[in-house]
Write a protein that binds this ligand. Structure first.
Ligand code: SF4
Length: 239
């Protein structure tokens, strides 16, 4: 069992270990839209132990032993999500992840970030994304628009839709997350109970919709099995 003082074990959705920081406070590229609906910020508000752990995690990133601790503690051969909560808040912090990932080539690291909007941080994130065992996904929404920063074209973009519409700049292999899939699941459950036709959600909205957000339960499915966000993209073609 790994030391879970600072690392999180992951839930049934991800099945990946993670390192988490306080939501919003460590998200310099946050938009009004993602801050308003932030799942991690809500968890921190509800669960004081989660709030305490994420704040303690941020403190430990400043400790001179942080890199060695992570290198020694991350389980072998795992998939590791850098932040279920929080983001790359400073370029020096990103440099620490570059060292950690370089010293742990057995681990597949992945992250989502809106810090691509902060130029001095983005240059370090780009260097992190360049490592063979790291995949960085760029989080986007209507407020950010398409990432127009150097190197963004080679990375996957993850778009959050509330209306099931997707802008034309989302590419065929980008990923769409939808905020209405939970309500949709409830509608399916009600339809089943009443013997009504099953409501369907559109499966492809320009990019590919996360399989977990297509409105149906998929038994024994997780990010570790899906790997769309975990692995580096191959070719990103425009839709
Ligand atoms: S697309 Fe796949 S890897 Fe990404 S969040 Fe959805 S299930 Fe997880």
């Amino acid at each position: 069992m790994p030391d879970l003082t600072y690392i999180s074990k992951g839930n049934s959705k991800t099945e990946c270990f993670s390192f988490d920081l306080p939501a919003i406070d460590t998200c310099p590229g946050a938009t009004a839209e993602c801050s308003r609906d932030c799942y991690a910020a809500n968890l921190m508000r509800i669960y004081k132990n989660v709030d305490a752990k994420y704040k303690r995690n941020q403190e430990v990133t400043y400790h001179p032993g942080f890199v060695d601790y992570m290198v020694d503690t991350i389980p072998v051969d795992c998939q590791f999500r850098i932040h279920v909560s929080g983001d790359f808040f400073h370029e020096d912090y990103v440099s620490k992840w570059i060292e950690i990932a370089a010293r742990r080539p057995d681990v597949t690291f992945y992250a989502y970030t809106r810090s691509w909007r902060i130029p001095r941080i983005w240059l370090r994130v780009l260097a992190l994304a360049d490592l063979p065992n790291v995949n960085v996904n760029l989080s986007v929404d209507d407020e950010t628009g398409a990432p127009n920063v150097i190197g963004a074209d080679a990375l996957r973009w993850c778009y959050l839709t509330k209306t099931d519409s997707v802008p034309a700049w989302i590419r065929h292999d980008d990923i769409v997350f939808r905020s209405n899939h939970i309500g949709h699941k409830k509608r399916r459950k009600n339809a089943k109970a009443k013997g009504l036709p099953m409501p369907e959600l559109v499966k492809r909205l320009g990019g590919q919709v996360c399989p977990l957000e297509q409105g149906q339960d998929i038994p024994n499915f997780s990010c570790a099995k899906c790997r769309l966000c975990v692995d580096k993209p191959k070719v990103l073609a425009h839709a």
